[in-house]
Design a protein around this ligand. Structure first.
Ligand SMILES: [Zn+2]
Ligand SMILES: [Zn+2]
Length: 419
């Protein structure tokens, strides 16, 4: 559970945030009307239409198909390609992203990416457009109800690369016709195949827009409120596996805020990240290149820092003696250094092998394979010791019930089992 103000803002910053809340900006009636009316039309319209004319498989397919296309336009295109440049892709894919990203009705990519880059740069601060400290509802959709009063040059100063892109400028200029054509006319035309254009419009147009909107909004609200923070605790972003499947994999938001240039959000194979899998397929088809990836050693380093902070916080809370502190800290530091260095060496050995194996003789390759096996063994051992250390420290019960005897017992565990 996220505690407001915890490790994030100072009192001064908090006061600033409250003073300049979104309420001071004028309302954007067009945005407000669109966000309020689309769910109303979708709900009432579909209930009435289904009651009188039933539901067809084409309408369900229309909803799912348009959801997948526009959702990917936002996550694969607007977010991971345009806002973060986490990979390279050619013009056909860019055009796909720009058309179906527009059909998600979340503004042109120029505006979207600019807001998003400010969000990362100033997360949890006043300049963060969807600052969670202004409340869950504000971060979810409230911020869209207010006009952006900044001058254009001021707003777009963080997207110079996008301003130079003719396709991006084209999408910004023709945003409204693109919305009308691909958000509403396209699903209506699909419905026309079976003589039910209104059914197509309601299912593939209105209902789908509402679902994609809130899918995106959940990342700005829920993924900053609920979940774990394994990679960074200095901001509110959370890893939330429940959000993974419904947000095309964007739910691993703590990792994403820490390593925003990485093309993945869910880095493990079992983490549901549909955008990552989409990019793998696009790479196989030759549409995507240079997928950026964070070195494993940096990921481990970030995790270790967070774990160390948790332990330190616990020891402070239980008022551990200076002598105990020194001993535990020494063990933590040496364990961390050993694991970091083992991870870096293992990774370096693998990279070197991958790069140069074609130039090496059979003997050289054999020798290098032995080196990789040795580095891996050292890494696994260092990781095992670190986990043992964490387990031992996690056995320290809550400070309220403990005294010196418990501290001594824990220290004995450390002494016999660790390092
Ligand atoms: Zn965020
Ligand atoms: Zn991002």
């Amino acid at each position: 559970m996220y505690h407001r103000g915890e490790e994030i803002m100072t009192d001064g910053q908090n006061a600033d945030a409250i003073r300049s809340s979104g309420k001071e900006k004028p309302l954007d009636y067009v945005n407000a009307a669109f966000l309020i009316l689309t769910p109303v039309i979708a709900l009432i319209g579909i209930s009435w239409y289904a009651w009188h004319y039933g539901v067809t498989w084409l309408e369900i397919a229309n909803l799912i198909g348009m959801y997948l296309l526009t959702g990917m336009g936002v996550t694969g295109g607007y977010h991971r390609y345009y806002a973060h440049r986490s990979y390279e892709c050619g013009k056909p894919l860019q055009l796909f992203y720009l058309i179906f990203g527009a059909a998600a009705v979340e503004n042109s990519v120029l505006n979207w990416a600019s807001d998003h880059r400010y969000h990362h740069q100033y997360v949890d601060r006043e300049e963060d457009p969807y600052n969670i400290l202004k409340g869950g509802l504000y971060a979810h959709m409230g911020w869209v109800f207010y006009k952006d009063m900044r001058a254009v040059y001021q707003k777009f100063k963080n997207v110079p690369d996008l301003l130079k892109d003719p396709l991006v400028r084209w999408q910004d200029r023709w945003y409204l016709p693109l919305v009308i054509g691909f958000t509403f006319l396209l699903p209506a035309c699909i419905g026309l195949i079976e003589g039910r254009p209104l059914g197509g419009l309601l299912w593939g147009g209105f209902l789908r827009v509402v679902i994609v909107h809130h899918m995106t909004f959940f990342i700005n609200s829920l993924a900053h409120l609920y979940g774990s923070r394994p990679y960074a605790v200095d901001n509110s972003a959370r890893d939330n596996w429940l959000l993974g499947p419904i947000t095309f994999g964007e739910g691993y938001h703590n990792f994403h805020h820490k390593f925003q240039a990485d093309y993945r959000n869910g880095i493990r194979w079992y983490q549901f990240d549909m955008t990552k899998w989409w990019l793998h397929i696009m790479r196989l088809l030759g549409q995507v290149t240079r997928l950026r990836i964070t070195p494993e050693s940096l990921i481990i380093k970030a995790k270790l820092e967070v774990e160390m902070r948790h332990v330190e916080k616990k020891l402070v809370a239980m008022g551990a003696s200076e002598r105990f502190w020194v001993k535990v800290r020494w063990r933590l530091e040496s364990g961390r250094k050993r694991l970091e260095s083992a991870a870096a060496q293992y990774q370096q050995a693998k990279t070197e092998h991958r790069r140069q194996k074609h130039q090496w003789s059979a003997d050289m390759r054999k020798q290098w394979t032995g080196n990789i096996v040795y580095c891996r063994r050292e890494f696994v051992e260092a990781r095992r010791r670190w986990r043992d250390l964490m387990q031992a420290l996690n056995r320290i019960p809550h400070p309220s019930a403990q005294g010196l005897i418990t501290l001594t017992a824990v220290f004995n565990v450390l002494k016999t089992r660790i390092l």
